[in-house]
Design a protein around this ligand. Structure first.
Ligand code: NAD
Ligand code: MLT
Length: 317
């Protein structure tokens, strides 16, 4: 048996915490290294030898990072959103970008529904109050979901799963998504409407858009001013789609009754005016953080990395 000469195996740089199953799928024909991808000072030098880099949402693979990675063949995003990867710059350099577009959709949809219900019934605030020894019932009077109108902004994979789940609550479903066929929406029992109509008619608004130049700030102060007074808003897609400062104002005035927020314009986010409000439910980008989703995302992209490094065809994950 011949011993492996150190430094001859392609380096796979794991820049964020991934499911343990990833290592098994990558196999032994690669050298695994770890770095904290959010730490730029550590990431850039670590990329120098990397043939592959595996990330979630906290690592920015931009033109600077790509320039620091002369041997890079593949960027693997263990999840859906590619807004933290400069795909055009990667393509220009001949670097393949792979993701796992269906891996965490159920988890993300379930989290959005959880935020919506938690916001409607003040669950975290009531929980915190009871733990502090206060038995307050009228303070935490909520609203029902049934017979209300839910507006889904972005009726893609996750938006559809959220709509299907909320249908069981007996709601009227409307959606804004100019890129899907009205027939497809109708099949799902969802009426497609323009954004201004969705804002005007919805009792609950749940956002499931990708972060693009077109969608950043899509819901700002002007849009929030046209919502039904007392609307409940959920954003488990990307920070910045709803303008945070405008949302804080609308939550403070009561124009927005409550909000469930999983994602922030700048992450990690440990300090935000949103955290000081009683009518917000906030989580630290947990939409995809389930055992099942992480396992699916990690193994799917690990398989793609292995194929890419072997020079094989990489099918969609
Ligand atoms: P998708 O591509 O299946 O759906 C996105 C939908 O948005 C599409 O139907 C598209 O037509 C629509 N859309 C795009 N631009 C639009 C615009 N300007 N106006 C209205 N609609 C527009 O994506 P998906 O799998 O449903 O995921 C949506 C987003 O959720 C991802 O891009 C990601 O950013 C986010 N996400 C977050 C978490 C989390 O952990 N919180 C987990 C998974 C995904
Ligand atoms: C995604 O786009 O898949 C999500 O942001 C989930 C994640 O990476 O945590």
């Amino acid at each position: 048996m011949t011993a492996t000469v150190p430094g001859t195996l392609p380096v796979v740089l794991i820049a964020e915490e991934l499911a343990p199953s990833v290592l098994g799928v990558l196999g032994t024909d690669v050298e695994i290294r770890h770095v904290d991808g959010a730490d730029r000072g550590a990431l850039l030098p670590a990329l120098a030898d990397a043939a592959a880099v595996m990330i979630r949402s906290a690592t920015q693979i931009d033109a600077e990072a790509l320039a620091a990675a002369p041997n890079l063949k593949v960027v693997a995003r263990a999840g859906i959103g590619l807004d933290n990867v400069d795909v055009a710059a990667a393509t220009e350099r001949g670097v393949m970008v792979v993701n796992a577009p269906t891996s965490n959709i159920v988890s993300a949809a379930e989290h959005a529904v959880a935020l919506l219900l938690a916001a409607a019934r003040h669950i975290p605030a009531a929980d915190a109050s009871l733990r502090e020894g206060a038995w307050k019932r009228s303070k935490f009077t909520g609203v029902e979901v049934t017979e209300k109108t839910v507006g889904v902004v972005g009726l893609g994979r996750i938006g559809v799963l959220v709509a299907q789940r909320l249908a069981a609550f007996g709601v009227t479903l409307i959606a804004y998504d100019p890129y899907i066929q009205p027939g497809r929406a109708a099949q799902l029992g969802v009426r497609l409407v323009p954004l201004d109509e969705l804002l005007r008619e919805s009792d609950f608004i749940t956002i499931h858009l990708p972060k693009t130049p077109e969608t950043v700030g899509l819901i700002g102060a002007a849009e929030l001013a046209t919502t039904k007074p007392g609307v409940i808003i959920v954003n488990a897609a990307r920070g910045g789609l709803v303008d945070e400062a405008a949302l804080v104002d609308a939550l403070s005035s009561g124009q927005v009754r409550a909000a469930g927020i999983d994602v922030f314009a700048k992450e990690p986010c440990t300090d935000s005016p949103l955290f000081g409000l009683r009518n917000t439910v906030v989580t630290p980008h947990l939409g995809a953080s389930t055992t099942e989703a992480q396992d699916k995302a990690g193994t799917a992209v690990a398989r793609s990395v292995r194929l890419a490094l072997q020079g094989e065809f990489v099918p969609d994950a």
